[in-house]
Ligand binder design. Structure first.
Ligand code: URA
Length: 448
């Protein structure tokens, strides 16, 4: 007896009524939507049912798997070393990828990194890389493999061959009010990352005023979901819940962030950025089995920076991907804005808080991010912070410097920046950079 054909309307009704979908139903939906056999309006209805009803852990991993297999999955089994990547859920001044890919590669882990562009008020790795004149983020898969084979890391954008179901679904979610589901976010992120053919993945899940998940409980829920989904697929996973109540480091803006990454790779740079890079690299080394513990991995990472080996790997990747390495050797040659203006504090005290999303928005307003999908970004503009949360400031002392190419845009950005600083009489209690670490999400934690 043949099975009755699956119909989209029945899958929509089932999810609407809160009934768990079967593997075959989810696979059908993803396959038929990707090939154009189900229209947008039916998938929109299904997505809204998911927003309202959620997905079980099993459904989430089947959806991720179906989206992952909608395109090519890179087979990197001919690379003997472990393949480990890092993914951040997005923040302001979050530039760790540019440090981590060459750093982890210098330590013996292969890093096949497929990244995105800026989203909303958050910056994107591809936009930062493109601030290096000539750097090509659009490598073909054979070129990507060749760079990986030569220097152990390569950084590119999503191609139409990788997880095409996510390309279609993400665009539909964007215009149907269905982005904000942890289950759909998990399937979207994990399908793309697992298509890279990695053995392990370190997730940096941001929480705070500059993150998409403002509440820690939401960040933890998403982190657990992603860790569990990866573990179900046999991957070594960890998620770090990290602070995004203020920007990471001091520089925000594409070329300015590249400069700060070069500082870190040269062994200097802001301490919070170095600390997070070492923490994430420590985990990459541990998951990649080149360090017996995270602590050992952190020590190894510090040595690779201090010896110049990580910087040398970064230079090599830049050359292989067509970038002008002279600009890395002399970062003053990277794009820089025509004008700068200092924003001063109007009163004395301590910086008690920053509206981190507003700082990210100020960078977008300057032209450093996109207001509309088709906008191009200005690599030169951005913000350099002089004061961050906990710092003492006197009246008239600089809080930050705005780097701009348009006075009208600068005026709006400066207002946002002024409003983003809270100055009070008492120093605030500082939050740690890493709030918690989530691993082994599938194992019972004991207790109730
Ligand atoms: N980033 C992604 O890649 N997908 C989402 O759904 C949200 C953020």
């Amino acid at each position: 007896m043949t099975e009755p054909a699956i119909r989209a309307i029945d899958v929509i009704r089932k999810k609407r009524d809160g009934v768990e979908l079967s593997r075959l139903e989810i696979e059908y939906l993803v396959r038929a939507y990707t090939s154009g056999d189900i229209p947008d309006y039916q998938v929109s209805a299904w997505l809204m049912a998911v927003i309202l009803r959620g997905l079980t852990r099993g459904e989430t991993s089947v959806l991720t798997d179906a989206m992952l297999r909608s395109g090519d999955v890179l087979d990197l089994s001919d690379f003997p070393a472990k393949k480990v990547d890092k993914h951040s859920t997005g923040g302001v001044g979050d530039k760790t990828s540019l440090v981590l890919a060459p750093l982890a590669a210098a330590g013996g882990v292969v890093v096949p990194m497929i990244s995105g562009r800026g989203l909303g008020h958050t910056g994107g790795t591809l936009d930062k890389l493109e601030a290096i004149p000539g750097f090509n983020v659009n490598l073909s898969v054979p070129q990507f493999r060749s760079v990986l084979g030569t220097c152990g890391c390569a950084m590119i954008g999503q191609t139409s061959e990788i997880a095409p179901a996510d390309c279609k679904l993400y665009a539909l979610r964007d215009v149907t009010g269905t982005v904000e589901s942890p289950y759909l976010i998990c399937a979207s992120i994990m399908s793309k990352k697992l298509a890279e053919g990695v053995d392990g993945l370190v997730l940096d899940v941001k929480t705070g005023s500059g993150a998409f998940m403002k509440e820690e409980k939401d960040a933890v829920f998403l982190a657990e979901l992603m860790v569990e989904t990866g573990e179900r697929m046999g991957k070594s996973m960890v998620a770090l819940i990290t602070n995004m109540d203020q920007p990471l480091g001091l520089n925000i803006g594409n070329a300015l962030e590249v400069v700060e990454c070069i500082d870190i790779l040269r062994g200097s740079g802001p301490s919070d950025l170095r600390e997070l890079c070492l923490e994430l690299a420590g985990w990459m080394f541990h998951l990649g089995k080149v360090a017996s513990s995270v602590e050992q991995g952190k020590l190894d990472a510090a040595r690779l920076i201090d010896s110049g080996k990580a910087l040398e790997r970064f230079r090599q990747m830049v050359v292989l991907q067509g970038g002008d390495v002279a600009k890395i050797d002399d970062p003053t040659q990277l794009p820089h804005a025509a004008q700068t203006q200092v924003v001063n504090s109007t009163k004395p005290g301590y910086v008690t808080a920053m509206n981190c999303e507003a700082v990210g928005t100020a960078c977008v307003v300057l032209g450093g991010g996109r207001e509309k999908k088709e906008d191009s970004v200005d690599p030169a503009v951005g913000i350099v912070l002089h004061k961050k949360v906990g710092d003492q400031v006197s009246a008239g002392e600089p809080l930050c410097t705005v780097h701009f190419n348009s006075a009208a845009k600068a005026a709006s950005a400066i207002q946002l920046l002024k409003d983003s600083y809270s100055i009070g009489a008492e120093p605030p209690t500082k939050k740690p950079l890493v709030h918690r670490v989530i691993q082994n999400a599938m194992q019972p934690t004991g207790g109730n």
